[in-house]
Write a protein that binds this ligand. Structure first.
Ligand SMILES: Nc1ncnc2c1ncn2[C@@H]1O[C@H](COP(=O)(O)OP(=O)(O)OP(=O)(O)O)[C@@H](O)[C@H]1O
Length: 323
């Protein structure tokens, strides 16, 4: 298996610059989380990767070669707007889609049976898609992305609206496909999930990739944070300490950033805290992906997404890329 390369994609819709030199790579067997505010350019990037949208400039490569039509058929894609035939039965639909991707009748039926079982919708094979709950429709949509045993998986918000059990099923499938060597890229606003699941993360802002790396790598770019529990400390006790920025006071607990632990700034904080009385806790904090995201994106007006609930957008709720 090879690497998927997204190389300096630019795309403008009328006056909206949706992508500016968007670049990243997803290696074989890697799960890549694509995160960014509403309207940041994730769907546009994915649609270009699939070939349903042409970039103004830039290239998508697979194994070092520009993606051609044959290769694009080897992508398993889950579109944000979903794309199932509502009146068609689940099983018939999956067989039909597998056939469209070149599988023979028997192989298509076997694949349909396999994926409906893995995704827990085997009992619904004979039902029209429109009669399924939204979460189950989403499982069918994932089955549709997988039914032709794709070499690359590109999934636009696959977790939005799923219950916790379905999230686990979906996560397990993505891990399995990655373990089989498939590069997996998915967008999500559920940052806790992205943090749990992804080998690497790309944070997009206004059409540009602004941070990319493993979660630990991204954390290392942040200033170290500490929590100090000093019940006798007077209000504002840490505000004047040098090399320290207080993030917030929360009862007896103080959350702060220090310039660098190598400078011993955190030891000075501890000494200052002890000078006020007992210290019950003095602990380094690891910023979550949500905090990293807020830090990267919140330098302007773009709202950070809720980390625990999925969000779905419609064209009417989109924000402009420059927002
Ligand atoms: N067909 C279109 N015509 C005009 N503008 C568009 C079109 N599709 C997207 N845009 C604009 O391009 C920008 C990027 O949109 P895109 O859908 O790629 O963002 P996104 O990161 O997927 O957002 P979300 O998280 O809300 O799904 C937005 O400003 C959006 O309004």
């Amino acid at each position: 298996m090879a690497t998927l390369e997204i190389d300096r994609l630019n795309k403008t819709y009328g006056t909206v610059r949706a992508l500016r030199d968007m670049s990243f790579t997803v290696g074989a067997g890697e799960i890549f989380g694509f995160v960014g505010s509403n309207g940041a350019g994730k769907t546009t990037t994915m649609r270009i990767a699939l070939g349903v949208l042409a970039p103004d400039s830039g290239e998508v490569r697979w194994d070092g070669r520009p993606l051609d039509l044959a290769m694009r058929r080897r992508i398993g894609y889950m579109p944000e707007e979903r794309g199932l035939y509502p009146k068609m039965k689940v099983g018939d639909q999956l067989v039909y889609l597998a056939r469209l991707h070149g599988l023979g009748t028997v192989a298509a039926r076997t694949a349909m049976e396999h994926w409906t079982q893995v995704l827990g919708i085997d009992a619904r094979r004979g039902d029209e898609v429109q009669k399924l709950s939204l979460g189950n429709q989403q499982r069918v949509q994932l089955a549709a992305a997988l039914v032709h045993d794709p070499d690359i998986l590109v999934l636009d918000e696959p977790f939005s609206g799923l219950d916790p059990v379905a999230v686990d099923v979906m996560s397990g499938v993505l891990r399995d496909r990655a373990a089989a060597g498939v590069p997996v890229v998915f967008s999500s606003h559920q940052l806790d999930l992205v943090e749990r699941l992804c080998d690497r993360v790309g944070i997009v802002k206004a059409g540009e990739m602004v941070e990319v790396g493993g979660i630990e790598e991204l954390r290392a770019t942040q200033r170290p944070q500490w929590v100090v529990d000093a019940p006798a400390a007077p209000p504002g006790w840490a505000s004047e300490l040098s090399g320290v920025r207080v993030l917030r006071y929360d009862g007896a607990r103080t959350f702060l950033e220090v310039d660098s632990p190598q400078d011993g700034a955190e030891q000075a904080v501890l000494r200052a805290a002890l000078a006020t009385g007992p210290v019950r806790e003095f602990t380094p904090q690891r910023p979550s992906l949500t905090e990293l995201f807020r830090h990267v994106v919140s330098s302007d007006e773009a709202p950070a997404p809720d980390s625990t609930t999925g969000s779905r957008t419609t064209p009417s709720t989109r924000q402009e890329a420059s927002a």
